[in-house]
Design a protein around this ligand. Structure first.
Ligand SMILES: Nc1nc2c(ncn2[C@@H]2O[C@H](COP(=O)(O)OP(=O)(O)OP(=O)(O)O)[C@@H](O)[C@H]2O)c(=O)[nH]1
Ligand SMILES: [Mg+2]
Length: 299
């Protein structure tokens, strides 16, 4: 039995969470076209079976995109990624574009990677949007650095080459125990996944800075026989944002709530009654206490 922890690291929006979902064949990490979607370390468990017996298990840790923080939430997020780097057995470094030098975001991450004495796989994601020439150029730039044990191109949205990547990862796992039962794909509680689904819909329906200043707190969660009742509070940073989130005659919030409810029902396999409230908490992203209360803290 081989096992280990695998960190997924990279700049915001390169497709880390999409890759995790693709590996698991199920959606546990929220994704969006906007950068800085992921705020916590998201754990996903992949177990490979052979003749009904588990032969390999990798615990993947999807991390927030590493960026120059503009507030305390950003510092927390980047801290999560930096700590994950130190704790894992294999590192996947995801990129989706050519290397732009030492002073770029990828350059900053490379410095952190150099300090880690851990097998590293470079994953060039979004190969569906990168032409063969550009791919070859990205490949050779990173190969010349001599930092990576392997380089693999993937398309996370279509699952292309993910099997090849998993085979490669397995080569770097060492003899070890099963950390989780074979049928488990994440150890995050359902409440957390529910709050994330709501946040994903906020990211989808809202523009610019507003979704980045949003936090979701599950206030009540009652599981009945045929119905789960969930009360969620959406915190935003300004009174004007609250108005935009609610929308004319409450239409925007209704749309967000409906989209979230449908996905939560699929996740829980039961009917859901979702009630949402919008509250204002000014500058919460710069308050350590608020950040921690919203669940952005070391576990
Ligand atoms: N064309 C294409 N788009 C992709 C691919 N992988 C991810 N995306 C898209 O890229 C965007 C960002 O994906 P995420 O998975 O949220 O990216 P992330 O790296 O987790 O981003 P953060 O959590 O903000 O750090 C989404 O719109 C995805 O659908 C891919 O292989 N090809
Ligand atoms: Mg993400």
């Amino acid at each position: 039995m081989k096992s280990g922890f695998v960190g997924i690291i990279g700049r915001p929006n390169v497709g880390k969470s999409t890759l995790l979902n693709s590996i698991l064949g199920e959606k546990i990490a929220i994704t969006s076209s906007k950068p800085q979607t992921t705020r916590n370390a998201i754990r996903g468990i992949w177990t490979r079976m052979e003749d009904g017996e588990p032969v390999a298990q990798a615990v993947f840790i999807d991390t927030p995109g590493i960026h120059k923080p503009k507030n305390r939430l950003g510092s927390y997020m980047t801290g999560v990624s930096a700590n994950t780097l130190k704790e894992v057995d294999v590192i996947l470094f995801l990129v989706d574009s050519p290397y732009e030098g030492e002073n770029s975001g990828d350059g900053f991450i490379l410095k952190m990677l150099k300090a880690a004495n851990t097998p590293k796989i470079l994953v060039i994601n979004k190969i569906d949007t990168i032409g063969p020439e550009a791919f070859a150029q990205i490949y050779s730039t990173y190969e010349e650095m001599g930092l990576f044990d392997a380089i693999i191109g993937t398309c996370a949205t279509q699952g292309r080459n993910v099997d090849v990547l998993l085979k490669k990862i397995e080569e770097y796992l060492e003899e070890g125990p099963m950390f989780f039962p074979e049928d488990m794909i994440t150890d995050h509680p359902e409440r957390f996944l529910v709050s994330e689904i709501i946040r994903e819909k906020l990211l989808m329906y809202l523009e610019q800075e507003i979704p980045h200043g949003v936090a979701v707190e599950i206030e009540s969660y009652e599981e009945g026989e045929n119905l789960t009742r969930i009360g969620a509070v959406i915190y935003c940073e300004r009174q004007s944002h609250k108005g935009i989130i609610i929308g004319k005659q409450g239409r925007k919030l209704k749309g967000i709530g409906k989209a979230a409810r449908e996905e939560i029902e699929a996740l829980l396999g039961t009917k859901v009654y979702l009630e949402t409230f919008v509250k204002v908490k000014e500058h919460w992203r710069d308050s350590d206490i608020a950040i921690s209360n919203f669940g952005y803290r070391k576990e």
